[in-house]
Design a protein around this ligand. Structure first.
Ligand SMILES: Nc1ncnc2c1ncn2[C@@H]1O[C@H](COP(=O)(O)OP(=O)(O)O)[C@@H](O)[C@H]1O
Ligand SMILES: Nc1ncnc2c1ncn2[C@H]1C[C@H](O)[C@@H](COP(=O)(O)OP(=O)(O)O)O1
Ligand SMILES: [Mg+2]
Length: 194
């Protein structure tokens, strides 16, 4: 089963909370037809199911912490397998959030050909998340949790970017710009893939 996805095009989409990962992924789906898998969305589906596991996940996410690696990796892998026959490529949004997650992904699934680094200032991310929180219904879009998510991003996730820079696959886009201008930078990075 996993064989089928080994040769698939895999793009990691990494950036701070509220940087605009989901926004850009939607546009990539529309233009390139890739399959968008957001680890956060997969987790929120489990939470919404009301299962015991969902309740445990909800408690972790509400605190702005990372859920256990195996849980999120299994969810992504299952979702990839389900789409393996029809997918032109996978956008893995919100994963890896720490270097270990990247290493485990490569062991169990495959190697990314590109890491899209969606970059915005902390101040911008906070402002966007507070605004998103007015309508998102997300229990982690509040001031206290946002601060924890940002701290964790700088501590655990930024090292992921340096790790893949060493491999030469990081393309940074300036997400301070308007959505369409960010997307034009995103398109340049994707068009450069073979
Ligand atoms: N380039 C941008 N300029 C202005 N607002 C943006 C931009 N990108 C995203 N946003 C807004 O910021 C918020 C967070 O974006 P989202 O894509 O959900 O980020 P993430 O998935 O990285 O948390 C959303 O409300 C979105 O509409
Ligand atoms: N790869 C991952 N590993 C561990 N926890 C994760 C995870 N992806 C998401 N989560 C959990 C912790 C995050 O604070 C929460 C929301 O994630 P998200 O939807 O990707 O947020 P955002 O798009 O605002 O950056 O879900
Ligand atoms: Mg998102």
């Amino acid at each position: 089963m996993a064989d089928k996805i080994k040769d698939a095009k895999i793009i990691f989409v990494v950036g701070g909370p509220g940087s605009g990962k989901g926004t850009q992924c939607e546009k990539i789906v529309a233009k390139y037809g890739y399959t968008h898998l957001s680890s956060g969305d997969l987790l929120r589906i489990e939470v919404a199911s009301g299962s015991d596991r969902g309740k445990q996940l909800q408690a972790i996410m509400q605190k702005g912490e990372l859920v256990p690696l195996d849980t999120v990796l299994d969810m992504i892998k299952d979702a990839m397998i389900a789409k393996a026959d029809v997918s032109k490529g996978f956008l893995i949004d919100g994963y890896p959030r720490e270097v270990k997650q990247g290493e485990e992904f490569e062991k169990k699934i495959g190697k990314p050909c590109l890491l899209l680094y969606v970059d915005a200032k902390a101040e911008t991310m906070v402002k966007r998340l507070m605004k998103r929180g007015e309508t998102s219904g997300r229990s982690d879009d509040n001031e206290e949790t946002i601060k924890k998510r940002l701290d964790l991003y700088y501590k655990a996730t930024e090292p992921v970017i340096s790790f893949y820079e060493g491999r030469g696959i990081v393309r940074k886009v300036d997400s301070e710009l308007p959505v369409d201008e960010v997307f034009s930078q995103v398109s340049t990075a994707i068009d450069a893939l073979k």
